[in-house]
Design a protein around this ligand. Structure first.
Ligand code: G1P
Length: 298
């Protein structure tokens, strides 16, 4: 059973964040915050809650701020403590990743060759067994944590590749990997195919892949030979599709709510969602809420 344990999470974070310019000109999109928490921190917390032992960040040389955020900064904590700010120092300490090479690796993806290429860059840094992939701009809140749920549902004798999925409007299928679903058993959607960013007219279903994967380690050998697909990029979806007959593929219907934080609307939705759960923002939300009513009365 230990051979099936998911020990490694890969975080592809080398992307340029063009959809969020100018915000992402100097600040990596993974460090954009929902209220006070950067997207990468949500992803790390989700992986940690799922019992991940090693986190591999596939980054870009221009995005060194991600590593500064992720790793512990004892000097910063010491200067906060010297000013009596022990609470903030303690918060930073528990959010940061500690430990050396065993726990945290940074590898560089110098060229934007696609998600499949990003995952393949992590190959020499993963522990044995299946690997998780987390795309930080897909923020999933609620439930037990999407990756925790997926690890509990993962059974390689049924499907060696497991991807998080949700239903989207047909016209949105062109923005996602989309499953060809054979049958559904509880939260699992057994798939006979998967296609990257199909034309909505021919999309095999409306079940889109969102950014959580558990992958059989065979994916690395496949990615090494993967030719460019949609958008001229080496697509993870294509490598998964190639393995379906041998490794198997299922979608997983997670319990939480997914926010597309690669888009402005998604960031705003996530911000409002978290603000509504925090009494600190009751006054702010009350200031905003009456406005549509007042406008309706005009
Ligand atoms: C990537 C994947 C796609 C998946 C999506 C989820 O696309 O290639 O299959 O559905 O993430 O967010 P991207 O959004 O990077 O274009």
């Amino acid at each position: 059973m230990s051979g099936n344990k998911v020990k490694t999470a890969i975080f592809p974070v080398a992307g340029m964040g063009t959809r969020f310019l100018p915000a992402t000109k100097a600040v990596p999109k993974e460090l954009l915050s929902v209220i006070d928490t950067p997207l990468i921190q949500f992803a790390i917390d989700e992986a940690r809650a799922a019992g991940i032992e090693r986190m591999v960040f596939v980054s870009h040389p221009s995005k060194s701020a991600i590593e500064r955020h992720v790793r512990d900064d004892a000097g910063l904590r010491a200067s906060l403590c010297a000013k009596g700010k022990h609470d903030i120092a303690a918060q930073l300490e528990s959010a940061a990743l500690h430990g050396g090479d065993d726990a945290v690796r940074f590898v560089m993806q110098d060229k934007p060759l696609g998600l499949g290429h990003a995952v393949s860059c992590a190959r020499d840094h993963v522990l044995d067994g299946p690997v998780a992939v987390i795309l930080p701009d897909d923020l999933i809140l609620g439930g037990r944590g999407c990756l925790t749920e997926m690890i509990a549902a993962y059974d390689p004798s049924v499907a060696g590749h497991l991807v998080a999925t949700m239903e989207v409007a047909r016209e949105e299928t062109k923005s996602y990997g989309v499953l060809d679903v054979a049958d559904t058993v509880g939260d699992l959607l057994h798939a006979r195919g998967i296609v990257e960013k199909p034309d909505p007219k021919v999309a095999p279903s409306c079940f889109a892949v969102v950014g959580r994967y558990i992958l059989d380690p065979a994916i690395f050998a496949r990615l090494a030979h993967q030719t460019p697909g949609a958008g001229g990029e080496i697509q993870l979806t294509d490598a998964i599709a190639h393995d379906i007959g041998t490794v198997g593929l299922a979608g997983f219907g997670f319990a939480g709510t997914r926010f597309d934080c690669g888009s402005k609307a998604g960031m705003l939705r996530a911000t409002l969602h978290l603000a509504m759960q925090d009494p600190e923002f009751d006054d702010v939300l009350a200031e905003i809420a009456p406005r549509p009513l007042a406008m309706a009365a005009e």
